[in-house]
Ligand binder design. Structure first.
Ligand code: TXA
Ligand code: MG
Length: 345
């Protein structure tokens, strides 16, 4: 059903994009690249189109969508943001930062799930920006993945999952950053981190002052009521069970022939000690590389016919905070047979 458009990421052909932009303007759904992950987008002013996104993804009805704009004028149409914040935001925009602010009321209540607030971001991807400009409306777009599945950073996965479900899939190479935008809440007295992402909290604090980082944002399970609706759902899960272990545990299991039907997702350093099948994400000291490969590794795991997978945490500074959040949410603690193998000397 859907048409595939091949577009150059850095220098998009506007003529070719126009077809997809017209589709958005008339109620269509388009999967498109951003600098973080692929998004599945609709006209943010169109209730019916926005509700199609929820049904295509199987997304819970109380988890609002991010609205993408291509200019500060368009930002003014959708959100009411204090002048003092606007200046600071321009240090990060265009780029992978999303802010929750008061809605002007123009964005579809379906996209906002009835909230008085709206989450907005001004992406740096030239393709995304051109698409929004040509559509002439802001684009409401969550990550392009079926609900609970890992986000998509490789267009091959975007085509597999969405070709039959949407009007257009824009194919434009692998997502450069690979982890979603950082979401902050500007409506509370202290700025709160709602989701760790590609913009490091340390950078945000340099410009905005102290940011409150909750356990929810780290992906650590808590009883606390999540502040961002998306935080309470199971996320990013491969179909193959993925177990979170320490680096030492991984090195031990990775050499154990009893675990040759498992896949070990690891750093280059840990990988050196692993003789079983492995996917190396990158050096522990190159967290950007690790971030850019994580989601496609989770999807690759599912195509490897493995009994299970193992993953370990990485240093949690800079983009590493978001990497840790995604790894915790995608994985589970090791169980019986694995623990028994670790207990054996
Ligand atoms: O990088 C990204 O942000 C990608 C690309 C496509 O732009 N988009 C993305 O969207 O990750 P999604 O839907 O997967 O995540 C949106 C997050 C969810 O956790 C949602 O709960 C939160 O933003 N959110 C949206 N509107 C909100 C609001 N009004 N208040 C609090 N949280 C909100
Ligand atoms: Mg998502």
């Amino acid at each position: 059903m859907g048409r595939k458009l091949l577009i150059d990421y850095g220098n998009p052909d506007r003529e070719a994009l126009l077809e997809a932009a017209r589709s958005i303007a008339t109620g269509g759904i388009v999967v498109f690249p951003t600098e973080t992950v692929y998004g599945i987008g609709a006209n943010a002013y169109d209730d019916a189109a926005c509700s199609r996104i929820f049904s295509i993804k199987g997304r819970p009805q109380d988890n609002p969508l991010i609205v993408h704009v291509s200019s500060m004028e368009m930002l003014g149409e959708v959100a009411l943001i204090d002048r003092k914040w606007i200046q600071r935001l321009s240090r990060f925009w265009p780029g992978p930062l999303t802010v929750v602010a008061r809605s002007t009321g123009k964005v579809s209540t379906v996209a906002r799930t009835g909230l008085p607030t709206v989450a907005v971001r001004f992406p740096s991807s030239p393709v995304a920006r051109a698409l929004i400009e040509l559509a002439g409306v802001p684009i409401a777009a969550p990550s392009a993945n079926l609900s609970t599945r890992p986000s998509i950073t490789d267009p091959v996965h975007a085509l597999e999952e969405f070709s039959e479900r949407v009007e257009y899939v824009i194919v434009s190479g692998k997502s450069p950053l690979g982890i979603e935008s950082t979401v902050i809440d500007l409506t509370s007295p202290t700025i709160r981190l709602l989701r760790a992402g590609s913009t490091p909290v340390e950078e945000i604090e340099k410009v905005f002052g102290p940011v409150e980082v909750t356990d929810t944002a780290r992906g650590v399970a808590t009883e606390e009521r999540p502040v961002s609706p998306g935080a309470k759902y199971l996320h990013y899960s491969p179909e193959t069970p993925l177990y979170l272990v320490t680096e030492d545990q991984m090195m031990s299991l990775g050499q154990n022939p009893g675990f040759s039907d498992y896949v070990f997702i690891c750093s280059a350093q840990v990988g050196e000690a692993i003789t079983n099948r492995k996917i190396v994400l990158g050096s522990e000291s190159d967290l950007s590389a690790v971030a850019s490969r994580l989601f496609s590794a989770l999807r690759d795991l599912d195509s490897m016919n493995a009994r299970g997978g193992f993953i370990h945490l990485f240093p949690e500074h800079g983009i590493g905070l978001a990497v840790g959040n995604r790894i915790r949410k995608a994985s589970r603690p090791p169980t019986g047979e694995i623990l028994a193998a670790l207990d054996r000397p």
